[in-house]
Design a protein around this ligand. Structure first.
Ligand SMILES: Cc1cc2nc3c(=O)[nH]c(=O)nc-3n(C[C@H](O)[C@H](O)[C@H](O)COP(=O)(O)O)c2cc1C
Length: 430
């Protein structure tokens, strides 16, 4: 087998050392080149491409060389400052794979790589408040990076590439097998409140029921929630990278969000990092069209406690956005809810319509307070139903209303949860 190893090692020689270790392990069958002298990949059966990461992307010379690699069996190795199993590292690999049009990536290796001393000194001089500032967490990560690639990294890189080549030798067509392996990635904002995660469980369960045999994996978009829950749930890039490594050939991403806002756009951006390497489709969300919103609101209305009487008010607590970007969505939702029942009201924790605006419209003595969110998490427990003076319950009770708090996320209602697999089904419709 003719094997070509090409590396770009711009600053430190880190990636060159990994390249050399792989070459040593693979032996005389392989030719090792720096990217500046790299030959035409055309005559080779397998091409290993190695690079350092600069501002989130492989070295620029390597990007240019990758575009010359067509219809090849490829292996990738990278050194970078980030943790090798982190979301930023997954994004970097995803970008590299996106550049390798028509190639089959058979093996991927990542390890940390020491920063060049001048660059390290610059990082250390930044105040902790700046976006790349020298915080304790960054200091810990970079201190570790400065020890790599170490002997263990070099051995592991050699072993992974050697195993991939052996695999190709024995089963040359296995990586281009036409078998389709599909999964669903159910992506939610995340919640630190265990009871609130019942909504995510319900949506996941409804999806599994609707698509038997297709595994459903959860991911969270909120880094803060992931951190507070001990990183037990992956980010979307982490999950996609894992699925890719496990041989999945396509992923349908169920956007477990209400609005096509900030979180939804972050999700689309994360998916685009995998655009060439792992085909993904992303669902719509309830507020991405008026038709979907109406269906969602009807099911929300049907999920209210049966004991609520027609002359009692219902005040839904939406999230909203402090800069007003979501106002028109919530204003529309408020109008549509009032069409279903004039005693339905909607106000937001952030943005418009706010509670002050809506309170004068409440005229029943009893008000049901209901989270207008998929989960009954922190906002529902504290901002809506909490004991503090500022909670909606306290503010309404101070005005003489009797409040009944519904501590159930909308996603827990079967009718609402079942909408999300409908959006997945819609991906197959023309
Ligand atoms: C200017 C500069 C930008 C960098 N940007 C990133 C980055 O965005 N993400 C990351 O994880 N590491 C980053 N690094 C760290 C390098 O990827 C790491 O040191 C790597 O091992 C360099 O490999 P090379 O010298 O073989 O090219 C950066 C380093 C420098 C000097």
């Amino acid at each position: 087998m003719k094997i070509l190893i090409v590396y770009a090692s711009r600053e430190t020689g880190n990636s060159a050392r990994v390249a050399q270790a792989i070459a040593d392990r693979l032996g005389p069958e392989c030719s090792l080149f720096s990217v500046s002298q790299a030959p035409d990949p055309g005559g080779f059966d397998f091409v290993a491409l190695g690079f350092g990461i600069y501002r989130g992307w492989p070295d620029g010379d390597m990007i240019a060389y990758m575009k010359r690699c067509r219809k090849k069996k490829v292996g990738l190795f990278m050194t970078l400052g980030a943790w090798p199993d982190s979301a930023p590292a997954a994004n970097c690999l995803g970008r590299a794979e996106g550049l390798l049009a028509d190639c089959t990536v058979c093996v991927k290796f990542a390890c940390q790589g020491a920063y060049a001393p001048e660059f390290l000194a610059r990082l250390q001089s930044l105040p902790p408040t700046s976006s790349h500032g020298w915080t304790p967490e960054r200091a810990r990560r970079i201190t570790e990076a400065m020890k790599h690639p170490d002997a263990e990294d070099l051995t592991r890189a050699g072993e992974m590439f050697s195993a991939a080549i052996e695999h190709l030798r024995t089963q040359p067509s296995v990586t281009s097998s036409p078998i389709q392996k599909k999964a669903v990635a159910a992506v939610f904002f995340g919640s630190t409140v265990p009871r609130a995660r019942e909504a995510y469980r319900k949506i996941t369960e409804e999806t599994e029921k609707r698509f038997p045999g297709v595994p459903v994996f959860q991911a969270y978009t909120s880094e803060i929630v992931r951190k507070r829950t001990g990183y037990t749930v992956p980010s979307l890039p982490e999950l996609l990278k894992k699925l890719q490594l496990e041989g999945y050939t396509g992923v349908d991403v169920l956007a477990g969000l209400l609005s096509p806002g900030e979180e939804y756009h972050r999700l689309l951006r994360d998916v685009s990092g995998f655009s060439r390497s792992l085909p993904c489709r992303v669902t719509q969300v309830p507020f991405s069209s008026l038709g979907r919103m109406r269906e969602f609101l009807n099911r929300t209305a049907a999920s209210l406690p049966p004991e609520r009487k027609p002359d009692e008010d219902v005040l839904f607590m939406g999230h909203g956005n402090p800069d007003g970007r979501a106002d028109f969505i919530y204003m529309t939702a408020a109008q549509e809810l009032a069409k279903i029942d004039p005693r339905f009201h909607l106000a937001c924790v952030e943005g418009a319509p706010g509670l002050d605006e809506v309170m004068p419209k409440l005229n029943a003595k009893k008000v049901y307070l209901v989270p207008f969110m998929l989960v009954a998490g922190d906002h529902a427990l504290n901002d809506m139903a909490g004991e503090e003076e500022e909670s909606w319950r306290s503010r309404l009770e101070a005005k003489g209303f009797r409040c009944e708090c519904v501590l159930r996320g909308l996603g827990e209602a079967e009718g609402v949860a079942a909408l999300f697999p409908d959006y997945l089904k819609a991906l197959d419709e023309p």
